[in-house]
Design a protein around this ligand. Structure first.
Ligand code: NAP
Length: 246
């Protein structure tokens, strides 16, 4: 099978490696935002397609047998373009997602909001020192936070973090012991997160619970309509591929 993977996540990389090992001809597509990204197995193309019409033209030109959208749960524009372009080009599309934290045992104890602006407003209302784990692209939306101390953890520094924030550049997976230490070292009272889901960055949620830290959680954007079939594990994605007509 000739497979196009829309990537930029660890699961997309694992999928590409597994699909290559399974004998598929794989091209991974990266947005090109990460400096020196870890490269998946198979071919890699980098940069935007030029909107939904650009992706449609790319698909008609390269004619992959299937597309798997393994982008981050918050990469909603890319997912919407993939759904529309695959439908128009008649190419099967699968969504490989991460399990949402909606089903986390502590989910009912968090304040769920739909936007970063609402999250910032709740952080202000709750008061106290804030830890932001919302991704570097969203940090400017928290620039007006009232808290005197704001700690922001991001995977890569691109210089866009508001200057007064204490910046921590670190990449998961994170351990519970490490998260407890970080919360205590900075005296964190409010954690703002987005529902990235999965297990690699989930330890902060347990740490917050144990230390009585309030959690504000930004909900995922809605899936595209019509939504493609969705799976949440690598074996399920490989199973979907195997079931496609040759
Ligand atoms: P987005 O808002 O959904 O996409 C914005 C534009 O970036 C898209 O319209 C597309 O440009 C281009 N793009 C995004 N993903 C692409 C891909 N895999 N290959 C080629 N072009 C892509 O996405 P985002 O939230 O900025 O995320 C960008 C990338 O970072 C994604 O690949 C995502 O998986 C990864 N990532 C995102 C987050 C997050 O929190 N958002 C976290 C970790 C990793 P054109 O319209 O020109 O095609």
């Amino acid at each position: 099978m000739r497979l196009l993977i829309l990537g930029g996540t660890a699961s997309a990389r694992s999928l590409a490696d597994a699909a290559v090992a399974g004998g598929h001809e794989v091209t991974s597509s990266l947005a090109g935002r990460t400096i020196d990204p870890r490269r998946p197995g198979g071919a890699v193309r980098t940069g935007g397609f030029g909107g939904e019409s650009g992706l449609r033209a790319f698909l008609l030109d390269t004619r992959p047998d299937a597309v798997i959208d393994a982008t981050h749960p918050f990469a909603a524009t890319m997912s919407a373009h993939a759904a529309a372009a695959c439908q128009a080009a008649g190419i099967p599309l699968l969504r490989l997602d991460r399990p949402s934290w909606r089903d986390h045992p502590l989910a009912a104890t968090w304040r769920w909001v739909d936007t970063h602006e609402e999250a910032a407003s709740w952080a202000d209302r709750l008061g106290g020192r804030v830890l932001l784990t919302v991704g570097r692209q969203s940090l400017p939306r928290y620039a007006g936070l009232a808290a005197e101390q704001v700690v922001a953890r991001i995977a890569q520094d691109d210089g866009s973090c508001p200057r007064r924030f204490v910046l921590l550049v670190d990449r998961g997976p994170f351990t519970l012991a490490g998260e407890l230490e970080l919360f205590e070292r900075h005296g964190i009272e409010v954690l703002v997160s987005k529902d990235s889901g999965g297990s690699e960055t989930a330890a902060k949620l347990e740490a917050a619970h144990r230390l009585g830290v309030a959690v504000v959680m930004v909900a995922r954007p809605a899936p595209p309509s019509p939504a493609p079939p969705r799976v949440v594990t690598l074996p399920q994605a490989l199973g979907w591929l195997a079931a496609l007509p040759a």
